[in-house]
Write a protein that binds this ligand. Structure first.
Ligand code: GLN
Length: 195
């Protein structure tokens, strides 16, 4: 079965996400039927099965979402959203930064830059629910969720807080799966789109 995936291309790590999805299509044997495109126009969103919101600066991405009139189409999107790092911040209902208007698609409280200056970036082997071996994750000025609520599933937690959350077809990840060689999260996201 094929997948139509878009990567929100307003700011941040777009080409890495495109490459990671291509690799995931290959592993799933669906390269021929699937596509992944950078998304710059709001009218491209409704035709997708899945949309990735990459890392970057959540305040900037939020501003560009409004500038490009994408807020409505993203909030009403019926497919799955694969949100990483700044994307996770944008998905939350509550964030510790009043300057930010989030999409509010996952009921969770998120803290931006939760690891402070000394630990701006680091790597960690995570235990992720449903995976039988650790997932090597790269964190860059990462957020964490301090709690998550209605309809959510906590997939991974470290000492600071929750770093992977699922809500239905949506995933919010505090780290950068597009920078790992491990595509298990991309594959799991894709599998959920046609369930
Ligand atoms: N610290 C950034 C923010 O809160 C996220 C960093 C990232 O996406 N790598 O917007």
């Amino acid at each position: 079965m094929g997948f139509r995936i878009g990567v929100l291309a307003l700011q941040g790590a777009v080409s890495e996400h495109i490459d990671a999805f291509r690799l995931a299509f290959e592993l799933m044997g669906s390269t021929g039927q699937s596509s992944v495109i950078p998304v710059r126009n709001a009218d491209e969103i409704p035709d997708l099965d899945g949309l990735a919101i990459p890392g970057g600066e959540s305040t900037t991405i939020s501003r560009l979402i409004d500038k490009n009139r994408m807020r409505g189409p993203i909030e009403e999107f019926e497919g799955g959203i694969f949100a990483t790092c700044a994307g996770m911040v944008l998905m939350a209902t509550n964030v510790d930064d009043p300057r930010l208007t989030t999409l509010g698609l996952i009921d969770m409280n998120v803290m931006r830059n939760a690891f402070g200056r000394q630990k701006e970036s680091f790597e960690a082997d995570l235990k992720i629910r449903g995976f039988d071996s650790p997932y090597h994750a790269i964190f860059i000025r990462a957020p964490v969720a301090t709690s998550c609520g209605t309809g959510t599933e906590e997939l991974s937690r470290i000492e600071k807080g929750i770093v992977a959350v699922r809500k239905g077809k949506h995933y919010a990840l505090a780290f950068h799966p597009e920078l790992s060689v491990d595509t298990r999260l991309h594959v799991r996201f894709l599998e959920g789109l046609h369930e």
